[in-house]
Design a protein around this ligand. Structure first.
Ligand code: TMP
Length: 213
C-alpha cells in the first residue's frame, strides 16, 4: 500500500520584470529549511524535450508564429512536463515549485494574444483534467516598471519584444484570474522594496508550510 502523502504543487507567476527569479530563490530556501523535499522547475520547459520546445517558443525569428501554434506548443511542453516530472514527483511526496504554469497561458495567449479564456480552458481540460496548482504566488507590478527592468537586463526574447499594450492585456488577464479564485492566489505587490516583498512572501510561505507539514 502506498502511504506517501502527496506533495504540493506551487506556481509562481508575474508580468515580465516582476522579480520572479529572486523570489523563487527565497521560496526554495524557505521550503528547504522547513525540511521539505522540493523540485524546482519551469515552464515552458522542465524536461529535456519540453526545454527544446521552450527554445522554439522563445527564439527570435523572421517567420510569424501563429497564435494557435504558440498555444498548442505551450500545452505540448506542459503535457510532457506533467507526465515526466511534475506528477511523479508529487506522488513521491515532493513539493514542486514551478516558474510559470497554465495561468501564464491564460494571461499571455488568452489575454495578450486575444485568444480568450475559453480556448485555453478547453486545452487545460484535455492536458490536465482536474489537476491544478495548490497555491500560486502572483507578483504584481505595473507594466511600465516591469519593462524598465527588462530593458536593463539587455537581450530580449520573442515575448519580451512585444509592445506595452500586449503586456497590459497580460496583466489584466492575471488580475482577472486572481479575482476568480482568491483562495488559490497569493498576490504580492512587487513594486515595494525588496525587503517588503520578501517579508510578505515569507509570511505567506509560513502559513502554507504550517498548514501542510
Ligand atoms: P520566463 O521569461 O518567465 O521564463 O517565461 C518565458 C516566456 O514565456 C514569458 O515571456 C511568458 C511566456 N509564456 C507564455 O506565453 N505562455 C505560457 O503558457 C508560459 C508558461 C510562458
Amino acid at each position: 500500500m502506498n502511504s506517501v502523502k502527496p506533495g504540493l504543487f506551487i506556481t509562481v507567476e508575474g508580468v515580465e520584470g516582476a522579480g520572479k527569479s529572486t523570489q523563487l530563490s527565497l521560496i526554495l530556501k524557505k521550503l528547504e529549511s522547513a525540511g521539505i523535499e522540493i523540485i524546482s522547475t519551469r515552464e515552458p520547459g522542465g524536461t529535456p524535450f519540453a526545454e527544446s520546445v521552450r527554445e522554439l517558443l522563445l527564439e527570435n525569428r523572421d517567420e510569424k508564429v501563429d497564435q494557435i501554434t504558440e498555444m498548442l506548443l505551450m500545452f505540448a511542453a506542459r503535457s510532457q512536463h506533467l507526465s515526466q516530472l511534475i506528477k511523479p514527483a508529487i506522488a513521491e511526496g515532493k513539493w514542486v515549485v514551478c516558474d510559470r504554469f497554465t495561468d501564464a497561458t491564460y494571461a499571455y495567449q488568452g489575454g495578450g494574444r486575444n485568444l480568450g479564456f475559453e480556448l485555453v480552458s478547453q486545452l487545460e481540460q484535455l492536458v490536465q483534467g482536474d489537476f491544478r496548482p495548490d497555491k500560486t504566488f502572483y507578483l504584481d507590478l505595473s507594466v511600465e516598471q516591469g519593462m524598465q527592468r527588462v530593458v536593463a537586463r539587455g537581450e530580449k526574447d520573442r515575448f519580451e519584444r512585444e509592445e506595452l499594450d500586449f503586456f497590459e492585456k497580460v496583466r489584466s488577464a492575471y488580475l482577472r484570474l486572481v479575482e476568480s479564485n482568491p483562495t488559490r492566489y497569493v498576490v504580492i505587490d512587487a513594486s515595494q522594496s525588496l525587503e517588503s516583498v520578501q517579508k510578505d512572501l515569507s509570511l505567506a510561505l509560513d502559513k502554507l508550510i504550517s498548514s501542510h507539514v
